[in-house]
Ligand binder design. Sequence first.
Ligand code: SAM
Length: 266
Amino acid sequence: MDDFEKLKDKISRDKHFSCNQYKDPYLKRRFAIRMRATGTKTYRDYIKALDTVSDEYQVLLDVLTVNVTEFFRDIGVFKEVEGVLRSVIKEKQEKKQNNLRIWSAGCSNGSEVYTISILLDQILGPKIKNFKITLLATDIDDASLQRGREGIYNPDILKGVKSTYLKKYFEKTDDGRYQVIAPNRKMVTFRKHDLINDRPQTMIDVVFCRNVVIYFSRELQETLFVNFYKSLVDGGYFVMGKTETLVGDAKDKFSPVNNKERIYRK
Ligand SMILES: C[S@@+](CC[C@H](N)C(=O)[O-])C[C@H]1O[C@@H](n2cnc3c(N)ncnc32)[C@H](O)[C@@H]1O
């Protein structure tokens, strides 16, 4: 077994974290980030660092899971989100408007945005044709965006998808994976966008930015939350990650809709 394999094996044994869910080039890139940071030159030295440098294991796991996502992640949030989408649509119908703009910021491989597409189809049914829906999914990572465009997923990130939805919105591929059906794929625009350096989107009805800012400094989080506020139309909603906290000026600007599920309103 070479040292790279030994490192993978150690992580699996010590942390019950299956490195095999990732491709080797991805793992090598992520290990390299931490090896640079810890000043270790070989996998063998990095194995030692994992046992001796305090917190290094945790930091490595964070770096490895940075793109982690799944359909209907934190199911309770999506129960609430369904309610939010119903209210937004109802208000639009009352105002005789038919445009709907939703932004998944830090979309990873698209699981979140396709979850939203499923909910919209469930809520609107055939009336979905009467709506001009923009589902914008942005990320800084090209490989994630490409996976999103393809919309093909391993069963492990589809655990939260009801069997009726799995039948209706996915097609099984020859190699046992699942592809989101074409109508839902066509609803989504994947675009490269850096939350830190690029201009925020505008006129958005609902912004999802979940499990992204957690890796950013507090100062940056404050700036981004205010940017999301500005991106929204009046009355628009902001959905954040379950373990994230609204901080800075945005905390006073937004009204809480559901504090537990981290849903706020402009
Ligand atoms: C853990 S995933 C979250 C995916 C999804 N929102 C969810 O909650 O399941 C975090 C994503 O944020 C992206 N990201 C990190 N820094 C970013 C930045 N500066 N601009 C845009 N996306 C970024 C990463 O590439 C990654 O795909």
